[in-house]
Each structure stands twice: as structure tokens, then as C-alpha cells.
Design a protein around this ligand. Structure first.
Ligand code: GTP
Ligand code: MG
Length: 253
């Protein structure tokens, strides 16, 4: 039997929400903390629905991956990861955008509460996987930002899609938005370093570091192109209709 001491059970809505989210609500302005505690159970429902949406997206990605592997003996996806925005960062984003502390508004206005990152082998795979995923009838595309065709000024590069997927609950179907970032391994390597550097400097990154990061992004882009062309030289370009017949629509570019 486990004899280790257990933390005392939370006694108020506020303590309960703090225990569940890991947030230190005692450091918040009292009004805000009370408001959050009041929306506690609605927030738990929201979290659950967005968590289900992430599972849906992850499963769809893995099915796509397995089907591609089966048909073409080639795996275009290296890695799929998911994350749900924490309550802290949801509150922070809501404040940045001057939104009211209202879950209905957050559901409508904040479309990256659920996020999925799909890391692919090559640039071409990024677009292939994006197309195969968004062509599904149960995936509704809300918006697409192609930072590969047009990288951000700092060098950030990825393909972003905000989609809506259905989640089937006992009470009916809800459509949940999910932000999906498609990128190559090199883009992911760059973005995670960039993120760590921004965090270390608290957003105020020195100009020489910014310059070097931009150059590193260029180097990552060069590497992506070289690796893809090397791969094509050795294996040829994997093409084909993923549904396998000549009569249906060609789903791959
Ligand atoms: P957010 O309020 O951050 O969601 O901005 P936005 O709605 O304008 O979306 P944008 O497409 O700029 O960025 C969405 C997400 O992409 C961010 O939350 C990051 O995960 C990622 N991202 C965007 N720009 C950068 C960047 O310069 N560096 C890194 N590391 N990630 C970035
Ligand atoms: Mg975001």
C-alpha cells in the first residue's frame, strides 16, 4: 500500500481549479480568480471537448500515415504531437486581445486552444500531408497561413492550418477548432531553438542573435532542399494516388 502523504483535498472551487490546472490562483487579482473559479466546471467541459478533438486529429494523422506507408512503402510523417493551451496562457492571450473572461467568447475567438504539430521528412511531404488531411470530408478548413512560401521576417517557417473537426459526445456533435502546424525536421529544429532563445531573453533578443537566427533559418532551408534532392536522387520522387485507383481524384501533388 502507498503510505506517502496525500495533499489535502481542495475545499473551494478556487482551490479545486488551482489543483486541476496547476495554476497559482492566489497570485491573481481576487476578482479574476473568483471569475475563473465560477467558470471552473464549464472550463472542465471545454478542456474535455478540445482534448477529444486533439485525439481525433492525432488518430486521423496516424491513419493517413499508415495508409501512405502501406501504399507507397514510404512514411511522410516523422512525428505528431499535441498540446492544449494551459489556463494561464489562455487567460494571458485573452487579456492581450482584450477579450472578456467568457468561455463562449474564448471558444469563438481563440482558435489555437488545441494545437497539433506534424513534423514531416521533407518540404514536399508537408504539402502532401496537409492536402491529404484537409481533403477529408470531416475536416473543415478555416484558414491557412503558408510561412514556408513566405517565411516570417525572423526566418520562421511552417505551414499553419486552422481547421474544425467534429467531436461526438453523448449530447450531440460539437465542432472544435484545432491549429495544426506542419513543418520539416529542420524547421522544427530552428523553431524550438528560437523559442528557447526568446524565452531566455524574455522577448528582448539582442540584434546580433536575431541576425544569426535569420541566417540559421536560411541554412535550415538550404539543408531541407539538399536533403530532398538527395532523397529523390536515391529513391525517386514518391508520387501516386493514395486511394490507389486511376479513376478517383488524384490526391497527391
Ligand atoms: P498567436 O497569438 O501567437 O497565436 O499569433 P497568430 O495568431 O498571429 O499566429 P501565428 O501564425 O503568428 O503563430 C501561431 C503559432 O506559430 C505560435 O503560437 C507559435 O507556436 C508558432 N510561431 C509563430 N511564429 C513563430 C516564431 O517566430 N518562432 C517560433 N518558434 N514559433 C512561432
Ligand atoms: Mg497561437
Amino acid at each position: 500500500m502507498d503510505d506517502s502523504p496525500r495533499p489535502p483535498a481542495p475545499s473551494t472551487d478556487l482551490e479545486r481549479l488551482g489543483a486541476e490546472t496547476g495554476m497559482d490562483l492566489s497570485t491573481m487579482p481576487a476578482g479574476l480568480a473568483q471569475r475563473l473559479a465560477a467558470i471552473g466546471s464549464d472550463f472542465r467541459q471545454l478542456t474535455l471537448e478540445y482534448e477529444f478533438a486533439l485525439r481525433e486529429v492525432e488518430t486521423k494523422m496516424h491513419i493517413l500515415q499508415d495508409e501512405f506507408l502501406h501504399l507507397h512503402d514510404y512514411n511522410p510523417i516523422e512525428h505528431v504531437s499535441t498540446r492544449l493551451k494551459t489556463l494561464d496562457s489562455l487567460v494571458a492571450k485573452s487579456n492581450r486581445r482584450e477579450l472578456p473572461m467568457d468561455l463562449g467568447v474564448w471558444r469563438r475567438e481563440i482558435l489555437d486552444i488545441a494545437g497539433t504539430r506534424v513534423t514531416c521528412s521533407f518540404r514536399r511531404d508537408v504539402y502532401r500531408v496537409f492536402e491529404l488531411f484537409t481533403e477529408r470530408q470531416d475536416v473543415e478548413v478555416i484558414s491557412v497561413k503558408d510561412y514556408i512560401a513566405q517565411p516570417k521576417a525572423n526566418g520562421y517557417s511552417s505551414l499553419h492550418a486552422t481547421v474544425r473537426v467534429p467531436v461526438y459526445l453523448s449530447t450531440g456533435v460539437v465542432l472544435i477548432p484545432v491549429e495544426i502546424q506542419f513543418r520539416t525536421i529542420a524547421m522544427d529544429f530552428w523553431a524550438s531553438l528560437d523559442h528557447k532563445i526568446k524565452y531566455k531573453y524574455d522577448g528582448e533578443v539582442p540584434a546580433d542573435v536575431v541576425d544569426e537566427l535569420r541566417e540559421a533559418a536560411q541554412a535550415a532551408d538550404d539543408l531541407d532542399r539538399r536533403m530532398e534532392s538527395l532523397h529523390d536522387r536515391v529513391h525517386g520522387n514518391v508520387r501516386g494516388n493514395v486511394r490507389g485507383s486511376g479513376s478517383g481524384p488524384t490526391l497527391l501533388v
